[in-house]
Write a protein that binds this ligand. Structure first.
Ligand code: HEC
Length: 479
């Protein structure tokens, strides 16, 4: 190799040194993103930014500059849908105050290797921080309040640490949903309807939740009346629950302080607890291998919801439970507990004594290096990822999430993918009892059409099958 090509190779192998791009009050963050290249840091100075931004490049940092208590504020005025959407890998978002959006403060759409920290998020609609379908992410030192669904919602992710966040005055504080290898540690979840939830939502493309550690959190006074959108899953979460473990497997609960939650400290249950739909045959509905190690629990269950009260009466007790293991395998001996006698509990009679006493050997679930960036994809892969990364955040197959069930949309549109492609570019409000759907106009016409066909073809979907065999839908060839 000659010298010049050697230097060239060395340069290429160095990490990218990005430049800094400054945004000041009066400017827009999106303009800075548009001119940024991989490795750049966008410095956002104090000021008010009324915009929705979309980051579809890799390795971009959005960093607020906080000066003498003055923050850069993204202000949605209760009109804009999302503050920040990203689909790139290696995105960092930090030191930004985000208020009054209708949809999400920060939503990741299948970006890997994300870092979301030190943000201050107030009343941003459905979700506060919502990485969806991403691998290897860190969410730390954020403060969130006033969120209608989940303040922090980790959906369909792998390898996530959620640490040192404060979540309050929301319906759900922290949700770990259809996610594997998650550490939820040192968070303060208080005054929500429910504090920390680890669960499976049936009908999503990823079917499991397992290998989760919930450790050293303060889970206190989660007794805020449920103000979730009527009909949504989260609106069914009973008030006054510290933690919910629903259908998730291999969950370890250690070192938490759980007090003052008026229905129960920890509810361990199968899918029937919240969802009232026929469950997804690919999602196993029971919580298996739940390990409750030492935790500090008192003053839970002082004023339980009616169902729990009824259960108490059958046991002739007036003190509500620290632990309520509800039904099915929630009560079985493959679950275990340490020092069970310290707590008031229902349904753990058959549980064994745990043979471990600590999870200290696990310090993080982040990967040692970065998760590999996505391979160069075929259009089909890209479409599947788009659907999982964006649409599935609000549309589950057979139950109502934020948007109507995919099944219902298939019935409505099965001969008409064009109709979907048009609608999602310019969604108009149709259903009085649903929020508005955010525009997907940033997708090309071709992609919108492909994602529409993908949605119509999703199974389990008799309609999709029928439509495919009758040639009514152009293409139903994905698995
Ligand atoms: C942030 C949540 C959200 C995301 C993300 C989302 N939707 Fe929706 N969607 C909704 C809501 C809410 C409605 C109901 C809106 C209404 O009825 O006013 C809806 C309605 C629809 C409808 C029904 C339109 C009609 O005519 O009734 C279709 C089709 C649809 N979405 C497709 C998609 C596709 C495809 C994607 C992904 C590219 C997607 N949605 C992403 C929330 C979302």
């Amino acid at each position: 190799m000659n010298k010049i090509s050697l230097i060239f190779v060395l340069l290429l192998s160095l990490p990218a040194f990005g430049k800094e791009i400054t945004v000041k009050d009066g400017g827009t963050i999106q303009a800075a993103i548009n001119q940024a290249v991989s490795g750049d840091v966008i410095l956002i100075h104090p000021g008010t930014y009324r915009e929705s931004v979309y980051v579809d490049k890799d390795n971009i940092t959005l960093r607020g500059v906080v000066k003498e208590g003055k923050w850069p504020v993204m202000e949605g005025d209760h009109k804009l849908n999302d503050a920040i959407l990203y689909s790139g890998n290696g995105i960092t978002i930090e030191w930004i105050k985000i208020m009054h959006y209708k949809g999400n403060a920060i939503m990741g759409q299948s970006g890997n290797n994300y870092v979301i920290r030190n943000n201050w998020i107030i009343d941003t609609g459905v979700y506060g921080i919502f990485p969806q379908f991403g691998k290897n992410g860190l969410i730390e030192y954020n403060v969130l309040s006033g969120i209608e669904d989940a303040a922090i919602y980790v959906g369909m992710c792998d390898n996530v640490d959620v640490k040192h966040n404060e979540v309050f005055d929301s319906v759900a504080g922290i949700e770990i949903e259809n996610t594997r290898h998650a550490l939820v540690e040192n968070n303060y979840a208080h005054n929500n309807t429910a504090g920390i939830l680890v669960f499976i939502t049936p009908g999503l493309p990823i079917k499991t939740t397992y290998d989760v550690i919930v450790r050293n959190n303060f889970v206190v006074d989660n007794n805020t009346p449920n103000f979730g959108a009527p009909g949504s899953i989260v609106s069914k979460v009973p008030v006054g629950v510290g933690m919910v473990i629903m259908a998730a497997d291999d969950v370890k609960i250690e070192g938490n302080i759980i007090t003052g939650n008026q229905t129960a400290g920890i509810v361990i249950t199968d899918l029937a607890f919240i969802t009232d739909v026929a469950s997804d045959k690919e999602s196993e509905p029971n919580p298996d291998n739940i390990q409750v190690l030492d935790n500090l629990m008192f003053n839970n269950g002082s004023d339980p919801v009616a169902e729990v009260k009824a259960a108490m009466l059958t046991k002739f007790t007036t003190t509500g439970p620290d632990i309520l293991a509800n039904v099915g395998s929630a009560q079985e001996p493959d679950n275990c507990i340490l020092n069970a006698e310290r707590y008031t509990s229902f349904g753990i009679g058959k549980w064994s004594q745990c043979d471990i006493s600590t999870t200290a050997d696990v310090t993080t679930y982040l990967l040692k290096g970065d998760a590999a960036p996505r391979d160069i994809e075929t259009t089909e892969d890209r479409v599947a990822r788009l659907y999982k990364g964006i649409c599935a955040g609000c549309h589950a197959y057979n139950l109502r999430m934020i948007g109507p069930p995919t099944m219902a949309i298939q019935a409505q549109y099965y001969e008409n993918p064009e109709g979907i492609a048009d609608y999602i570019a310019n969604p108009v409000k149709k259903r009085p009892d649903f929020p508005a759907m955010p525009s997907q106009g940033h997708l090309s016409e071709e992609l919108r059409m492909k994602v529409a066909e993908y949605m119509l073809c999703l199974s389990p979907g008799k309609l999709a099958e029928v439509a495919a065999t009758q040639g009514q839908v152009a293409k139903c060839q994905q698995p």
